[in-house]
Design a protein around this ligand. Sequence first.
Ligand SMILES: *[C@@H]1O[C@H](CO)[C@@H](O)[C@H](O)[C@H]1NC(C)=O
Ligand SMILES: *[C@@H]1O[C@H](CO)[C@@H](O)[C@H](O)[C@H]1NC(C)=O
Ligand SMILES: *[C@@H]1O[C@H](CO)[C@@H](O)[C@H](O)[C@H]1NC(C)=O
Length: 378
Amino acid sequence: MGAQFLIVTVFLALASSLAFASDPSPLQDFCVAVDDPKDALFVNGKFCKNPMLATAEDFFRKGLDIAGNTSNKVGSNVTQVNVAQIPGLNTLGVSLARVDYAPYGLNPPHTHPRATEILTVLEGTLYVGFVTSNSDTGNRLITKVLNKGDVFVFPIGLIHFQFNTGHSNAVAIAALSSQNPGVITIANSVFGSNPPISDDVLTKAFQVEKNVVDYLQAQFWVFVNGKFCKNPMLLTAEISAEGTVYSRKTSNKVGSNVTQVNVAQIPGLNTLGVSLARVDYAPYGLNPPHTHPRATEILTVLEGTLYVGFGLIHFQFNTGHSNAVAIAALSSQNPGVITIANSVFGSNPPISDDVLTKAFQVEKNVVDYLQAQFWVNN
Ligand SMILES: *[C@@H]1O[C@H](CO)[C@@H](O)[C@H](O)[C@H]1NC(C)=O
Ligand SMILES: *[C@@H]1O[C@H](CO)[C@@H](O)[C@H](O)[C@H]1NC(C)=O
Ligand SMILES: *[C@@H]1O[C@H](CO)[C@@H](O)[C@H](O)[C@H]1NC(C)=O
């Protein structure tokens, strides 16, 4: 009995120290700190209402029986029910969405940076899939055909889609493990950002000529999943530091090479929530647009000049005539990497033409051309 009590006490002590060992997860894309409170907006979660003043209305929303209008270019519509619609969801780590699909409608490839999704089909037949992050085995495409009553999981941060393969409408309900999961629609984010990502970056990332990039950028992107980042910011980091001894081979199509130092290389990082990478860039080398499903990144330039950008999907481009080197620290022991070009156009097996032509609003030959490129697994 005494020993049992001791074990329980030790376990609780460990559990509570673990619970306080790291910072809380973000609840929005970013929250830049300010000194002067009058410039501030409290967004990491929301202010809390006095519990004595809470009413049932704070936890209530009606109208999810009403279908969204699917007469748009992709033929789908997502009705979100998150903390913006139900204030009572604040700090509770969960939300919901209703997704309507016209016949052959597509919820195009996208990721939720802050949530895992569990989807259930109420009506119709959906072809669904997600692509694993970059790894030795490549970007694996995992797919399934779902019928009424079927349930499927899309792990946090991974690129996924649903396509209505049937002649009639389909409806699904998605639950998400965040009060504000966020949505990054790949086509919109990469080819429809405001301002546009430069041609130098996109031609190298997708290994195609400028006219193909211009053609993709010229498409009209449907904001099916609500808003995404409208104020892309440019970061610059200039810190002098001693160069490291080893340089990596950057003689590949994108002209860059990432050397990862995560839990796979240092087992002691397990549970510690941090890792590192060294990035080498040839002149005009590009670390192509990618995301880390499980981490924020803080990057320091050791040498050279980099043009960098993000809308959560981010990249670095060496604009100089000489090599560049950077060190990136990441807030996960295993941040994962999803290179957009590889994941969308180079997955194994390939994502179907039906999905990609609709998602990128281009003809089959453009998709086939993009898929035919050789993707560097950086
Ligand atoms: C989704 O449906 C709502 C309600 O019918 C409509 O107001 C909205 O414009 C639709 N969104 C898209 C992207 O079609
Ligand atoms: C759906 O949207 C289309 C295009 O915006 C519009 O013409 C149509 O009237 C809408 N349908 C309904 C039922 O609101
Ligand atoms: C990165 O550099 C290492 C060491 O030079 C090399 O073995 C590897 O093939 C390179 N990776 C790429 C993607 O070029």
